[in-house]
Write a protein that binds this ligand. Structure first.
Ligand code: ADP
Ligand code: ADP
Length: 229
């Protein structure tokens, strides 16, 4: 599993408007690191830089010590699995949606898809729905179920780096905690960067970076941060 490092990264979308101010943090190999802070703090911008939608003005972003500016876009993006807040599903079966992006045909049978133990906990709650088409004329999925499908799809590609960008923020807290517990169980030892605006979402992270206005203002474990407040 790779280590991801941001070293003194500065960036803005427009000239003369700096969004990130010399920001540094590390996601050690196999660890889960959280970026938490209010809306506008720059959390999603960090995700976009990691994916190289943009390049930093100053500083470097490294994966295992190598500057990502020197890695091909293709191999960089192949390393990173993203789960956004509102995942878009195809108007196809759940099996198709989970298998999308794989070379193998879409498994419409839950037992086929479940060969991968990591995704099983995400789909075992809805096996009876597996062969039904998602969408207007077919299956209605709840927000939580949609996110389960999206997470299963991402995990099935076994990305060394997992980027959760407010992946559970739109869900009610019980569903959120449920999905987070499952994620924790199956994504141990995967380098994970979790972006969230609520501390409760990322309480389990190995390292929490609290952001405000493009800077990291606190860094530590959940218990340490609580002691500060
Ligand atoms: P400051 O630190 O006061 O914002 P800088 O000397 O870093 O000023 O940069 C001058 C201006 O140009 C800044 O306002 C910054 O927003 C902008 N800037 C700096 N680097 C870049 C860049 N690589 N691309 C676009 N604009 C930049
Ligand atoms: P967060 O994810 O913490 O809510 P963002 O990274 O989305 O914060 O945004 C940080 C800042 O960058 C905000 O001030 C936002 O308005 C600005 N910003 C975000 N995306 C763009 C963009 N595409 N163009 C210009 N400014 C942007």
């Amino acid at each position: 599993r790779p280590t991801v490092t941001f070293e003194d990264v500065s960036f803005g979308y427009e000239k003369d408007r700096r969004i990130l101010h010399g920001l540094s943090f590390e996601a050690p190999a196999g660890a889960s690191v959280a970026l938490v802070g209010p809306s506008g703090a720059g959390k999603s911008t960090i995700g976009r830089l990691l994916f190289r939608f943009y390049d930093p003005w100053e500083g470097r972003i490294c994966v295992d010590g190598q500057d990502i500016a020197k890695v091909t876009q293709q191999s960089l993006r192949a390393m990173i699995g993203i789960v956004p807040q509102d995942s878009v599903l195809f108007n196809e079966t759940i099996g198709y949606n989970i298998a999308y992006g794989r070379d193998e045909p879409a498994p419409d049978d839950v037992r086929l898809a479940a060969r991968d133990a990591a995704i099983l906990p995400f789909i075992e709650a809805m096996p009876q729905k597996f062969g039904t088409q998602v969408g207007e004329r077919g299956l209605k999925l709840s927000g939580g179920e949609k996110q389960r499908v999206a997470i299963a799809r991402t995990l099935l590609k076994d990305p060394p780096i997992l980027l959760l960008d407010e992946a559970t923020s739109a869900l009610d807290s019980r569903t959120e905690q449920d999905i987070l517990a499952t994620l924790k169980r199956v994504s141990a030892n995967r380098t994970t960067i979790a972006i969230a605006h609520r501390l409760s979402t990322i309480a389990d992270a190995d390292i929490i970076n609290v952001m405000d206005a493009g800077r990291i203002v606190e860094q530590g474990k959940h218990t340490q941060l609580l002691r500060l407040n």
